[in-house]
Design a protein around this ligand. Structure first.
Ligand code: SF4
Length: 227
């Protein structure tokens, strides 16, 4: 494509983000483009800018793949959440706004929900074992005791629990940027690195890597973002 009208591109992006484009014919009319030029713009967005743009026949709109799918899911669940629930239902959008690879100041400033593991919570599994996080029940590294054998207080004060809560820089692997990071003490003592995300993004052997929200984080092997 020889010439791209930036104003038109911005307007296209706006309508696609809002998922209010209408059919290809209507979208072309809104953009004041001929049908063939309109499709050149769409190819440009897809092939040159590498944007994942799909078309939904049912809703008659173009939309961005990824985030838009999760937005649809959020709307679906939000519409069905009962306001009269006898207990609080935790369901928030912070998962969409984690701003990966951006934080320069350590875990206290990571965006998204704060991690409760070993700050305020541990989790007791149905078999009596205790884990630092309900999502890491399967990983022996994060099992800190067994209520069939010890009291809750003893588990909370156990060597393993205290060691995980107070990880030292010398225990970090050489391959991790945390090993030589000068924010280590404040970052790890705030305990807001999400082990679940780290393991999901890099694999269980890399539990000591930076949280993907940190600017020093490696590119995720499994992308957790919705963009
Ligand atoms: S490199 Fe590690 S210790 Fe340093 S700020 Fe990032 S997550 Fe924290």
């Amino acid at each position: 494509m020889k010439y791209v009208d930036l104003k038109k591109m911005i307007y296209m992006d706006f309508l696609i983000q809002k998922e209010r484009t209408g059919s290809p014919e209507r979208f072309a009319r809104k953009m004041e483009l001929s049908r063939s030029t309109f499709f050149e713009y769409i190819s440009y967005l897809r092939n040159e800018l590498m944007l994942q743009i799909n078309y939904d026949e049912y809703r008659e709109t173009y939309y961005y793949e990824g985030r838009s799918q999760i937005e649809i899911l959020f709307h679906y669940v939000e519409d069905r959440l009962s306001s009269g629930s006898p207990f609080p239902i935790i369901f928030n959008r912070t998962i969409l706004d984690k701003s990966y690879y951006t934080c320069t100041t350590g875990s206290k400033d990571f965006k998204g929900a704060e991690c409760s593991a070993l700050n305020t919570h541990l989790f007791v599994l149905p078999d009596g074992k205790a884990s630092i996080c309900e999502q890491l029940y399967w990983n022996p590294l994060f099992l800190i005791g067994d209520l069939k054998k010890s009291s809750l207080k003893d588990i909370w004060m156990s060597d393993k629990c205290l060691r995980l809560a107070n990880i030292q820089q010398e225990n970090i692997g050489n391959n991790s940027p945390c090993k030589h990071c000068n924010l280590f003490t404040s970052c790890f003592s705030y305990r807001n690195r999400c082990w679940v995300d780290i393991i999901k993004a890099y694999g269980k052997e890399h539990w000591d890597y930076p949280d993907p929200r940190c600017e020093k984080a490696f590119k995720m092997q499994n992308n957790l973002g919705y963009e």
